[in-house]
Design a protein around this ligand. Structure first.
Ligand code: G1P
Length: 289
């Protein structure tokens, strides 16, 4: 029986320079897809997968997220007084039960591996999930729920993967595959952002992980990898041989909301599934094409 995954770490300290000026005074994780911020999609996906406890690894200028997941007393009073129960539900649905959301500060931007390491005290030796809110996955059941299901079978470390065009391997962590049944790919190696010519495959990690706490033994060493950063991929690679490692080809569609094109595409895709928006938007879009 694999130890249950009850905790999730969400690194949210990045500066979001690709979305300036929108992110000059606002956290990029608060950018909305239709009307909900990216960070809330990630929390909801994790809660739907059974995650109970959350750690947001934050940095300067990110306290807006603490407010987002808390009561907005004045707003709630006004909505209540005006009888706006639907809006009140929307505001209150964003909340995480008291005591289940913690914040760890990443004091220096030393890489994704370092961000995860900053959450080690709260993870406290348990298996845990990592969600990168920039990667938005539209799936039913959610991507992390699919991964938990696979984890209950194979245990160990699991990442969500998808094939990318070979000329894009230098944007991702890439698996060196040992065995592949079309759904689960067992890895014998991992490389962070390899040049297309050197990539062992085109199977790339997207921002969903289930990790065993052994990864902290290597993150503790603060070794720098690709781009001079402390890489999560490198620490995971060091656990190969002691912890099983699988990539899950999840069912669903992933949007890279860290890029402008992916962000806009996600807005269109999510809006086209909204009954209040779909018909009008479809007609409007035709006029542009
Ligand atoms: C990070 C990881 C990379 C992974 C990617 C998924 O890279 O280091 O292994 O493939 O997220 O989005 P980043 O996008 O932060 O450069």
């Amino acid at each position: 029986m694999n130890a249950p995954v009850r905790k999730a770490v969400l690194p949210v300290a990045g500066l979001g320079t690709r979305f300036l000026p929108a992110t000059k005074a606002m956290a990029k994780e608060m950018l909305p897809i239709v009307d909900k911020p990216l960070i809330q999609y990630a929390i909801e996906e994790a809660r739907a997968a059974g995650i109970e406890d959350f750690v947001l690894v934050t940095g300067r200028g990110k306290t807006i997220m603490e407010d987002h997941f808390d009561h907005a007393v004045e707003l709630e009073q006004v909505l209540e007084a005006r009888g706006k129960t639907r809006e009140l539900d929307i505001v209150q649905d964003a909340m995480v039960p008291p005591g289940h959301l913690a914040y760890a500060r990443q004091q220096n931007p030393l890489g994704l591996g370092h961000a995860i390491w900053c959450a080690r005290q709260v993870v406290a030796g348990e298996p845990f999930a990592v969600l990168l809110p920039d990667d938005l996955v539209k799936a039913e059941p959610g991507c992390l729920a699919q991964m938990i299901e696979a984890y209950n079978d194979v245990g160990g470390n699991i990442v969500a993967v998808e094939d990318v065009p070979r000329d894009q391997t230098n944007k991702y962590g890439i698996l060196d595959v040992e065995h592949d049944d079309g759904r689960l790919a067992r890895a014998k190696g991992l490389v962070e952002k390899p040049d297309p010519a050197d990539a062992p495959s085109t199977l790339s990690i997207i921002g969903r992980y289930i990790l065993q706490p052994e990864v902290f033994e290597y993150l503790d060493k603060h070794e720098k990898g690709a781009g001079g950063e402390i890489q999560l991929t490198d620490a995971m690679a060091k656990t190969l041989g002691t912890v099983p490692f699988h990539g899950l080809r999840f069912k669903g569609r992933r949007f890279d909301c860290g890029s402008k094109a992916g962000f806009i595409e996600a807005n269109v895709a999510f809006a086209l599934e909204r009954p209040d928006l779909a018909d009008g938007l479809r007609e409007t879009l035709k006029t542009y094409l």
